[in-house]
Design a protein around this ligand. Structure first.
Ligand code: SF4
Length: 219
């Protein structure tokens, strides 16, 4: 049998180089590997084009394409990357190759098998996302100090819900929590005012790439 027929593969929507738009590494040139497919349907999803389609690629081919972009940072995203089990092998392989690897995940899938070298960026889905029933909040206790938790806030009701949830979460010490205003739904200054008024120990996050280029695929 042709060995390539049994090589581990992933369905990939796109691989591209851009600037990281989010969290601690915002502004750094980063290669993004966007995996196809997601079991959720958030109301504000900006990557619905990754729900289907895509192209099967071997881990060898993915790693070669990543190497071609020449960035030390790689972000594996989606869709929901963990919906494809082989994503775990890709993450380990990229870490072994010396990249600084981050994973953007919905918070609706287990995290226990993710390579500990990977920086996990884990969403907590708010009510306005329409998917808050999918949150696996118990998984947050597995996080490491280098990991991040992100709430996308759409309106005041989302903010109040998130603020009330924060003290109930079993977050290990050092994990940073971000509140990010849903682009074009909530003014960043309004969210900042609410956070300051309440004195929350939470960081404001703006999606840099959307301010630079708008809401377009591949940026
Ligand atoms: S989890 Fe992410 S990719 Fe999936 S529907 Fe929600 S925002 Fe879109």
């Amino acid at each position: 049998m042709d060995a390539t027929a049994t090589a581990p593969r992933l369905r990939i929507t796109e691989i591209f180089r851009s600037l990281q738009g989010e969290a601690d590494t915002a502004g750094w040139p980063t290669t993004f590997v966007r995996l196809t497919g997601c079991p959720l349907r958030c109301t504000y999803c900006d990557s619905a084009y990754a729900f289907g389609g895509g192209e099967w690629q071997s881990l060898d081919d993915i790693e070669a394409r990543v190497a071609g972009f020449g960035t030390p940072r790689v972000c594996v995203t989606g869709g929901e990357p963990l919906a494809q089990k082989t994503c775990l092998a890709l993450l380990t392989r990229l870490c072994d190759a010396g990249y600084r690897v981050s994973l953007e995940t919905s918070g609706a899938l287990p995290l226990g098998d993710v390579d500990p070298r990977v920086v996990k960026v884990v969403d907590v889905k708010t009510p306005a996302s329409g998917e808050s029933s999918r949150n696996l909040l118990g998984e947050l206790s597995r996080l490491q100090p280098h990991d991040l938790v992100k709430f996308v806030i759409c309106d005041r009701a989302d903010y109040d819900w998130s603020r009330a949830l924060l003290p109930t979460l079993s977050l290990p010490p050092g994990v940073t929590v971000y509140f990010s205003p849903s682009h074009e739904q909530l003014a960043p200054g309004e969210l900042a005012d609410w956070m300051l008024a309440d004195g929350l120990a939470v960081r404001l996050q703006l999606q840099l790439h959307k301010y630079l280029w708008g809401n377009v695929p591949g940026r």
